[in-house]
Design a binder for this molecule. Structure first.
Ligand SMILES: [Zn+2]
Length: 237
């Protein structure tokens, strides 16, 4: 099947390498700055509480969640979920992650447009990631690249384009949450020195790189399917 096509590997191996390097760099940065205490001595949980009070975000709850680097903000119940190591440790890495998630809570409170736009794409992406390649397979293999088959295959490609658009829409949302975090942590004295600021920047910039890697992967995947379906049309003509 075309998923095991060698051309697919040519597109996907660079993406896998990039994803591997960025996820290593995130862990490396997080572990390094987990050893350094934030000047205020506040844990991630306490930092989140200070930032909630500072931003008048009183509807926002803070709760624990299982797993490592599983921290996230859920706009549906206005809850900040912090992993155990972030919630309970007074490190530069912990307060950086907590403040980033709080940045998403602020975006939500302000009805920040890129956050709304990305949320609107979620159902498309959820359906599309399964349906996209099924449509391509039906169009190219079962309908043997007939003109109906090619139209169906291009519809599948459109779903992959939705995935790439989602990855693109994620970037401004994540960069903005990190920009807010970097500024707020210093303003509220949760971190106090340039060295701590450097740590916050490194942890958050490493996380941002994973979203760039996600975008590169989505674009490479889209490109592969464009060439595959385009090739189906040429073989037929
Ligand atoms: Zn985020």
């Amino acid at each position: 099947m075309f998923l095991y096509n060698p051309a697919y590997l040519i597109f996907m191996i660079p993406a896998l390498i990039l994803m591997g390097i960025t996820s290593w760099y995130v862990r490396h940065s997080y572990n390094k700055w987990s050893q350094v205490r934030a000047g205020s001595g506040l844990t991630g949980q306490q930092a989140a509480q200070r930032l909630i009070a500072n931003g008048n975000l009183y509807g926002v709850q803070v709760q624990g969640t299982q797993g490592e680097l599983s921290d996230h903000y859920d706009p549906r119940n206005k809850t900040l979920y912090l992993s155990g190591s972030v919630a309970n440790s007074p490190s530069v890495a912990s307060v950086a992650v907590a403040a980033h998630e709080l940045g998403h809570a602020m975006q939500d409170a302000e009805e920040y447009f890129p956050l709304r736009f990305r949320a609107a794409l979620v159902p498309v992406v959820n359906i599309g990631s399964n349906l996209g390649w099924i449509l391509i397979m039906v169009g190219l293999v079962f309908l043997r690249s007939t003109s109906l088959g090619l139209n169906i295959a291009w519809l599948g490609v459109l779903f992959f384009a939705g995935g790439a658009l989602f990855a693109l829409a994620t970037l401004p949302v994540e960069l903005d949450a990190s920009a807010r975090a970097k500024q707020l942590l210093r303003q509220t004295n949760i971190i106090q020195t340039d060295e701590e600021q450097r740590g916050v920047n490194q942890v958050l910039n490493a996380a941002a790189l994973t979203y760039v890697a996600g975008l590169v992967t989505a674009v490479l995947q889209l490109l592969y399917y464009v060439l595959l379906v385009g090739g189906g049309g040429r073989r037929r003509g």
